[in-house]
Ligand binder design. Structure first.
Ligand code: GLN
Length: 302
């Protein structure tokens, strides 16, 4: 990087973008902009207003350090400690997966179906109990709690460090009283406590271990392994989750999973094998990839 001392903020941004591009960083402009907002303590519009100002000389060394870290593959979200999800702010650390925009569609589908199943008809007065298995940053659990004030939300993760991040995110979004957090493997915490669940929602680790070498460095070198890999074929956690359903005190009326590319058919089969559903629905993401598999049945009145 050349000396930015005589540059305006806009020029420093343009120069940083081309530096990141040369170093093979994807979306170099967006990354340069987010880092610059972070460095200068501005939001998007605040930064635009400051475009013509000279780049502050005293921030020069920090700016170069940030750009070097980004050029080495570090995800910008871990550098600034934040990612937005479902319009809400979430803290992220390397203990948790960075929430992805496609997962917002899972939240949306669960909200839509859940309202239809539990908020109309005979069961209207009861509070459905919904769990987010492998909550990570808490993105799914917190968004569900914010969207549906009547629902009781539970969230679990095998990683105590992830749970700390999720609990902080619940508090940050005012949901600390609404979500109960539990440490444990998949459905085990609910089975052990005999909790009757209306819905099981999960975005479990699903990358096949054999795909590791092909992942972009941002993911492969920085995101937590426990949150990424789902065994040799990526499907190990779906097999365990679907077989554990029978150990719950009652079968949930909704199960919603995020899945990896090419996995929807097999996950549908696992769900159909585990129980009788009214429907198993596969939902594509914005790139057209079959991304979510949702099984549901009308709740029994018993
Ligand atoms: N449930 C979290 C999310 O959707 C974490 C997922 C994971 O770590 N596999 O972002």
């Amino acid at each position: 990087m050349s000396d930015t001392r005589r540059l305006t903020i806009r020029e420093a941004y343009a120069e940083a973008s081309s530096f990141l591009r040369q170093r093979g960083v994807r979306e170099p402009e967006a990354n340069a902009q987010r880092l610059l907002e972070h460095l200068l303590g501005e939001d998007r519009s605040g930064l635009l207003l400051r475009w013509p100002e000279p780049f502050p000389q005293e921030r020069e060394a920090d700016w170069q350090r940030l750009l070097e870290r980004k050029a080495s593959g570090e995800p910008v979200q871990y550098m600034i400690g934040e990612q937005e999800f479902y319009g809400l702010p979430f803290a992220v650390t390397p203990a948790v997966l960075i929430p992805r925009p496609e997962t917002e569609l899972l939240v949306e589908a669960v909200v839509t179906l859940g309202r239809r199943l539990w908020e109309t008809g005979a069961r209207k007065s009861e509070s459905p109990v919904v769990c987010d298995v492998g909550t990570g940053s808490g993105a799914i659990a917190v968004s569900l709690a914010v969207q549906r004030p009547e629902w009781r939300v539970l969230a679990s993760d095998i990683s105590p460090d992830a749970l700390k991040v999720a609990e902080a995110n619940a508090a940050r979004n005012g949901m600390q009283e609404r979500i109960a957090f539990m440490e444990g493997d998949l459905l085990v915490p609910y089975i052990e406590r005999g909790i009757k669940l209306d819905a099981v929602v999960s975005n479990p680790p699903y990358i096949p271990e054999e795909d590791e070498a092909g992942l972009q460095p941002e993911v492969r070198l920085y995101e937590p392994r426990t949150a990424l890999y789902g065994g040799v074929d990526g499907l190990v956690l779906y097999r365990r989750l679907t077989s554990q359903l029978a150990e719950l005190p009652a079968l949930p009326s909704l199960v919603g999973f995020e899945v990896g590319q090419g996995q929807a058919g097999e996950v549908r089969r696992l769900l159909e094998q585990a129980a009788d559903w009214d429907e198993v629905r596969v939902i594509p993401d914005l790139a057209g990839i079959e991304r979510h598999v949702i099984a549901y049945r009308k709740p029994s009145l018993a």
